[in-house]
Design a protein around this ligand. Sequence first.
Ligand code: TYD
Length: 176
Amino acid sequence: MSNILSKFAAEILFKYHQRAKLSMETTLVLLKPSCVQRQLIGEITSRFERRGLRIAGMKMMQLTDQILREHYAHLVERPFFPALAASMKASPVVAMAICGVEAVQVVRAMTGFTNGRAADPGTIRGDYAMSNQQNIVHASDSVENAAIELARFFKPEEIFDYKSALQGFIYSIDEC
Ligand code: TYD
């Protein structure tokens, strides 16, 4: 009897540990002008959907120098920044809030290396980009930056907390 009880306790502890380990995250993706102009909005969006990620917010917007200087603050002093800013203002972008278990690193991995020529085939940049700058998508690189970037591009009411009807077929019960 005590064996059965300790097995049960171990299972509960394991499930608790699994739950504690996995986090439902929301990350920011920008479909850049290189994506919008090449008419790849649907194709790239459907990659995220097919993976099992949930689109929690989506809107088209024209970026300004002000938002780009904030968003790329770590690059403002780099010689390529003026060209980067121009490329990001060349047309509207599509901003997306994308949600899923460990979504930040999942989306980042789907995005691939910055330079499309070095990005692995199978990643978005590796399949659609030939450039270091015209590289189709931006994706947040950490949970902390995702929160900052989502607040930069979305009002709270533009991010929707609905539950995916397919959640039980995308994750096991221990994962979400
Ligand atoms: P970065 O934050 O380093 O990469 P990532 O987009 O993969 O997170 O750079 C931001 C953007 O700046 C990058 O997507 C394209 C542009 N960029 C250039 O134009 N030239 C460069 O040499 C680098 C490093 C980035």
